[in-house]
Each structure stands twice: as C-alpha cells, then as structure tokens.
Write a protein that binds this ligand. Structure first.
Ligand code: AMP
Length: 115
C-alpha cells in the first residue's frame, strides 16, 4: 500500500520514533507547528476517523494513552497541550492514515474558524 505512515510503521522510511508498542507508534512531525509536534498512529491502516468501527475502540484509546505517555516523557504535561485529529476535507486531513497530533511546548492559539 502506498501510505507514508504505513511505511513509517514498517520502518521502510525513517522517522524520529518516540514511542512504539505492538499496536501504536509515535514519531516527530517533520513540519512542526509548535516546539513539540508528535504524531501518534495505529500500525494498522485506517484511513480516517470516519472509517473506525466499534472494533477499533480499544485501539483509539491506545493512541490517546500513547500521546499522554509521550507528553509526560517530553515534560509538557504540567502546562498542557493539544490533541487533534483532522478528519477529511473540511478537517484539513492531508495524510489518509489516522494520526493523532500531540502539539505543545508553548501556549497555542484557538484559531479554528471557517475559511
Ligand atoms: P494532517 O494535515 O492532519 O493530515 O497532518 C499530516 C501531518 O503529517 C503534517 O503535520 C505533516 O507535516 C506530517 N507528515 C507528513 N509526512 C511526514 C513524514 N514522513 N514524517 C513525519 N511527519 C510527516
């Protein structure tokens, strides 16, 4: 499958990996929008939150828990951070493999409004 995040999960292309277990992998975003910008993905290919099913509920929880652990390790939990899923065209999703953005290390703007 020609999916860049599947290739990262399969170690076919490099990434700065911060966490990995059998289901989930977290790595630094190559175009960070904040001092901390990490993507947490399921190793299993799921294109979008639109495509998750009841069988994925546990896996989605693992994404959030992995993000929490990475945030702890990076020392940003006390001040806080954002967790973000972009979904589809209106959500601005560019890579069609579910990814949870962990964004922090600075106070972040609330600039989410229609274009
Ligand atoms: P989204 O707009 O939510 O689909 O976000 C896609 C994110 O993936 C962007 O923040 C990109 O900078 C990031 N990205 C794309 N390719 C790579 C890559 N090979 N390694 C790490 N991050 C990537």
């Amino acid at each position: 499958m020609d999916c860049v995040f599947c290739k990262i999960a399969n170690k076919e292309i490099p990434a700065t990996i911060l966490f990995e277990d059998e289901d989930v992998i977290a790595f630094r975003d190559t175009n960070p929008i904040a001092p901390v910008h990490v993507l947490v993905i399921p190793k299993k290919h799921i294109a979008s939150v639109v495509d998750i099913t009841e069988g994925d509920v546990n896996l989605m929880g693992k994404l959030v828990y992995a993000a929490k652990k990475v945030a702890d390790e990076l020392g940003i939990s006390e001040k806080g951070y954002k967790l973000l899923f972009r979904v589809g065209e209106h959500g601005g999703q560019e890579v069609e493999h579910i990814h949870l953005h962990l964004i922090g290390g600075a106070r972040l703007s609330e600039n989410i409004k229609p274009v």
